[in-house]
Design a protein around this ligand. Sequence first.
Ligand SMILES: Cc1cc2nc3c(=O)[nH]c(=O)nc-3n(C[C@H](O)[C@H](O)[C@H](O)COP(=O)(O)OP(=O)(O)OC[C@H]3O[C@@H](n4cnc5c(N)ncnc54)[C@H](O)[C@@H]3O)c2cc1C
Length: 380
Amino acid sequence: MKVYDVAVVGTGSVGSAAGYYSSTMGASVVQIDSEYPPHCKGSHHGETRLMRHAYAEGEKYIPLVLKAQCLWNDLELKTNKPIFHRVGVLNIAPKNTDFYKNVLMTAQQYNIPIKQYTTLEIQKRWPNWTFDASYIGLFEPDAGYLNAPLAIETYLSESRKIGASQLFGFEVIKIQYCETRDFVIIQSADGKEVYAKQVIVCAGTWIGKIFPELPVQPKRKVFEWFNISDQKLSEEKGFPAFAIQLKNSATYYGFPAKNGQIKIGRHDGGQNISTLNENSEYETYTNDAIEVEGLLKNHLSGVEHLSHGAACSYDMSPDEDFIIDWLNSKKNIQIVTGLSGHGFKFVSVLGWLMAQRALGKAIDYDLSAFRLNRFNDKTE
Ligand SMILES: Cc1cc2nc3c(=O)[nH]c(=O)nc-3n(C[C@H](O)[C@H](O)[C@H](O)COP(=O)(O)OP(=O)(O)OC[C@H]3O[C@@H](n4cnc5c(N)ncnc54)[C@H](O)[C@@H]3O)c2cc1C
């Protein structure tokens, strides 16, 4: 009977990295997933994810995101895969918003290169943008975007090379520590069992199917690709990725156009769902087609008609901050969830940290802000 050092349940984004780093640290590893990652049933499809360092979501994320960038760079160097695209990220928001203040404050505090632009200056450098003078721009040249499916594919293939086992099409329904045998038992929907000393659970949006007590709300979100009529919007011509908050608090993100198409999404809004089937195709809801209308109508020119869209899911925590914790007092089951639609950039560092903790190593990063007990949940 094989007892792995580390089992990773859910090997999409964070799980693919956790399995990889556990393997590089010499552990015997099994990576388990109900699907065949990367795939379109979780939170990671749609090609691209923003990689920002000056972070509106708060200071506690900055040491993590800076380490994440180093790990992404290392992965690229090692595998020669174009995972990170350093196209810069342009943040635009009204001057009086926390969004603007936090991006500026975190950049100053951590010496993250950033350049401030008035709206006139924005228009001069990127003429497709139009904003009134109450807005301000902060351009981070070292930021950009990650190719999410390629990153996952890379972590998984590199893990295989090092010797990790992979069990795909294996839907986990129960994870339980067995005191008499001193290992964790992972049970599948069709009655199979896997055993491991340590389990890292990264089941994303659907973690509640395994641990219903966790405060994670699945949310459906769409994003869209539009044909462009102006080549200035393309990556080749130097158009940056962007994160934009409007006066009505609507928050949008997007990427420079590739092959004549620009991808844009809206971060706020969306539909709460409770099953994977409810994460239905793009345009099931009438709202889908107007998600990014507020940005296109009033602020961005050079975008023509819609090409296509897709639906993805967020795993929302009650305060939209991550949940990273041990799930039992024995400290052999840990979870990473509640990434709330902003987790991909951290995938490398979260996988690396989870691997270290699973293998009993001390970590140099403060994860206390992400503990479950901030919701007074009595999960232990
Ligand atoms: C539209 C959209 C835009 C986004 N934009 C950004 C962005 O610009 N920047 C950014 O940093 N982040 C962004 N995010 C967020 C980021 O993509 C997610 O936070 C991240 O991908 C979540 O990773 P995960 O490992 O938790 O989930 P996933 O990648 O979904 O992986 C979870 C895995 O668990 C598996 N699984 C689930 N249940 C079980 C089970 N019972 N048994 C076995 N396996 C199971 C699934 O099949 C899946 O492979 C965005 C997300 C979306 C949806």
